[in-house]
Design a protein around this ligand. Sequence first.
Ligand code: SF4
Length: 601
Amino acid sequence: MVDVGAVQGKILRVNLTDGQITKETVPGEVYTKYLGGRGAGAYYLNKEVAPGTDPLGEDNKIIFFNGPMAGTMAPGNGKINVTFKSPLTNTYYYSLCGGHFGAELKFAGFDGIIIEGNASKPVYLFIHNDEAELKDAQALWGKTIPETNKILKEELGGDHSLKIACIGPGGEKLNRMACITAELYREFGRGGGGAVMGAKNLKAIVVRGTQDVNVASPGKLANYVKELYKEFKAHPKVYARRWYGSVEMLEGINKLGFWSTKNFSEGYFAPGEEMVGPKMREKIVVGDGSCYSCPIACGKISQVNSAKYGKILIEGPEFETVGLLGPNCGISDWETILKATQILDHNGIDTISAGAVLSFAMEAFEKGIITEKDTDGIDLRFGNGDGLIAMLEKMVKREGLGDLLAEGVKLASEKLGAPELAMHSKGAAPATYDPRGCKGMALTYATSSKGAHHMYSPTMGVELAGDRFAEKGKANLVRDIQMQMAVVDSLGYCSTMRFVYTVDKQVDLFNLATGLNYSKQELLEVGERILNLERLFNVREGFSRKDDTLPKRFLEEAMKEGPSQGQTIDLQSMLDEYYQAMGWSEDGIPREETIKRLGLY
Ligand code: SF4
């Protein structure tokens, strides 16, 4: 047992091929060198998944891992990480999920779960206070996320404290954009983790736990947290996030002309002025929700009563979903956005990736690359909500053109001979910020180990306070925020907490919980180690500078109008600076001295 407070020190290893479940002690270095969460995932995936592994094959693994702060009294510690090789990007992939699943796993006595092998028929994993068993899930196959939750709770005695992470038909049908859904609406959203689970015939993981989490200095931690809560109460950003959710960000990016519109061909969406935080609150929000131990409660419950679709009640939508299924498809009505979100959520498919492939298909339709013959008569022009819903349903069922779209925007666009219309980096779609309007985000999308992802280094807040169009000098900002995010994601904090408590306070909380004595610099070095380990995984898969790229549209087509007019991206000069800042070669490979300094290999 390691001498680190707050952690349970053990994980479950579940081999689906032979049905063996073992409890395993976690090596101390997983906590001291990688912290847990995202860092622990990087450690295990590099060690246990061989180069060239098929993401949907038996040899891929799914690694769920909590951060050391999970289940403690620290605010916003409800994020658990899952790591796998992605069927969408073929890269290393990690994905974080809020809600209560992570804390419950900790209360059940485990820091993580490693899933390996493939089951011969559908199963689910039931974990309850130090025990675990595989159970038959054949009757659950084909069921949606809400149906699966309902049936499992009934089957397991009607216990509503059970926390469930499961896949829907999207994952079962190996849709490369399928997510893993915890509870009803919290997702390990991107990268196709749901398809990896589907390929393994693993329908769900159900957890129940009532054990303690023993922190090193409970009294001091309680006092520290008490003071922190006062800061939450007084912080202006908290109010906006609590009242409007993440959608509060959309107003600014529309005004500044970099809101993804019509497959990123424009940066301002006039009807979008009715879709920003206060408007959403007024028109569709009927309640609020929160993850475990969160004083912000940014979750929104939304409802529309539609003549076409009846009552639609969902959790969300988040700003990325609104952006990608809304303006990026030319859609401005809440009815269509909520219906599309509901279909995707119930089937366990990521809304960002789905919005990206649908907006690609809409542009291809407008340009005549695909016609009504290909769409089975669906009019797929931008702005046609009925067309969007009809094609989305085909994608969920994998029918006709929908079967190809389920492969994700990169593969689908290549098969249709229109890769120049696909907005992605390494196969993953960017969120709703057009990087031409915020250059650090361009470097973020291009260098992320999992393909375009805004949370790999969310530089936007800093950039908006300075020169958002500057390219020179952004490399250091991107590197620094990447390190900070690797720490946040490995400790198990929600990234939104960074508004209120920055790295200094994260270090204090970590030391009080674990009994370790890290400095800020030491913790950031852990972040750097994790970034390099993720990079090394991709290097051995053949990724290098050539893959750190962006769609030609971002690099060569100037923003047409508005406050970001005229902007393109000089990515190569930013990459040069970034590789230098990271201690990598001109080709983006970590140098020997960097690897040694960080104690890797
Ligand atoms: S801020 Fe939102 S996403 Fe983050 S922990 Fe709180 S409720 Fe969850």
